[in-house]
Design a binder for this molecule. Structure first.
Ligand SMILES: Cc1ncc(COP(=O)(O)O)c(C=O)c1O
Length: 383
């Protein structure tokens, strides 16, 4: 039986042609040809003024925090359930992450938990668009503004999602994207930082090139900073992918639609939400099981794997993983974040690579149904 991978890209002749051109021609004076085209096309698509192509989304978050001047003594609020990359850069700049609870409907930062987590040290919040889902931006942005808190929107997983006509990534002071190979649009590895703020854009340009202003040829660095650049092969790949943005997103939505048709009516199973006025680009088609079923994500993943189906665990709470478990911030989060601890243990990302077929989704859904039904009947027998 053919193994079904959990994620994967869509690569066409356009990507191959652009990357071949970059490898052949983009040296010397033409070295930045694809960076310029990729950045301007991406900015236009997202609806922002400035964009900077980077080696990863992690570096984009690091630069966002550094450009905002966040450092030791500052606190940055982050949802407890996300990939570690949303929060690790807070430590890179010497600030303190504060892990706040998620909302049971959106799986993103809860506005009430955000408000509760603010102290006089809070300088920024990182709003994560988890799996393509969007948080309640109206309330969150209002709270941030009232408390003079900078907003970094981590749209790593939400390329093409929309909140009342605004593209994910464009809602905060800074937005960041990932183009890792598993993402809806990819450059192999890569990221983008977007903003409408000229002050942040100018600062990022210096910080990402060892303290040099763009165009500097004197090699006379003004400060110690970072080296965060993308290669022209990646920029060429990125341009081809962003030119195909709507096609890629339509495909992700089609895949989710196949899952929705087959699983939405299962009792105790919740799929990614798409509240009125939003468009979900469904990076990961995800199921969350009702905790009362007692069916842990690890069990589901193991049983799917036995059927040659790859899947992934819903992110663990950051306050639970060894990287932070021993810290006082994590101990507080474990007591307070009831939604994070009710959802994360029972969530699974199902295979949704861009090349998956409807027949494969059918196979995944049959296997998933059988796992849930067998578990329910053995639980009944035991009772
Ligand atoms: C929510 C979130 N933030 C940040 C990142 C980091 O992206 P990268 O791997 O490009 O650094 C990821 C990557 O998977 C992510 O899912």
């Amino acid at each position: 039986m053919e193994r079904i991978p959990v994620a994967g890209p869509s690569i066409t002749q356009r990507e191959i042609d652009y990357v071949t051109d970059a490898a052949t021609n983009c040296w010397y004076g033409a070295a930045n040809k694809y960076h310029d085209r990729f950045e301007s096309t991406f900015a236009r698509y997202i609806g922002v003024t400035y964009s900077v192509a980077l080696p990863s989304c992690t570096s984009a978050i690091h630069l966002s925090l550094a450009a905002l001047g966040i450092g030791p003594g500052d606190e940055v609020i982050v949802p407890d359930v996300t990939w570690i990359a949303s929060a690790a850069p807070i430590e890179y700049v010497g600030a303190q992450p504060v892990f706040a609870d998620i909302d049971p409907q959106t799986w993103c930062l809860s506005p009430a938990a955000f408000a509760r987590s603010i102290t006089e040290k809070t300088r920024a919040v990182i709003l994560v668009d988890l799996y393509g889902n969007l948080p309640q931006f109206d309330e969150l942005l209002k709270i941030a503004k009232a408390n003079n808190i900078a907003v970094i929107e981590d749209a790593a997983e939400a390329f093409g999602s929309e909140f009342h006509g605004r593209k994910a990534g464009s809602l905060g002071d800074v937005g960041v994207f990932s183009f890792h190979g598993s993402k809806t649009m990819t450059t192999g590895e890569g990221g983008m930082l977007v903003t409408n703020r000229k002050d942040l854009y100018d600062r990022v340009q210096v910080l990402r090139d060892h303290g040099r202003t763009p165009g500097d040829v004197s090699f006379f660095n003004q400060e110690v900073a970072f080296k965060y650049k993308m290669s022209s092969f990646q920029a060429a790949m990125g341009l081809a992918q962003v030119e195909r943005a709507e096609e890629l997103i339509a495909r992700k939505r089609e895949i989710f639609g196949w899952y929705h048709e087959r699983l939405a009516n299962m009792r105790g199973v919740t799929l990614n939400p798409e509240p009125a006025g939003t468009r979900n680009s469904y990076w990961m088609s995800t199921v969350v099981l009702d905790p009362s079923m007692g069916l842990a994500k690890e069990t589901v993943i193991g049983r799917l794997a036995a059927e040659q189906i790859d899947s992934r665990p819903f992110f663990h709470p950051l306050s639970h993983i060894p990287a932070w478990r021993q810290t006082p911030a994590a101990a507080r989060a474990r007591e307070e974040n009831v939604n994070a601890y009710a959802i994360s243990p029972f969530g699974v990302n199902l295979p949704c690579g861009l090349s998956i077929t409807e027949a494969q989704v059918d196979r995944v859904c049959s296997a998933f149904r059988a796992i849930v039904e067998n578990h329910s009947s053995s639980a009944k027998r035991a009772a």
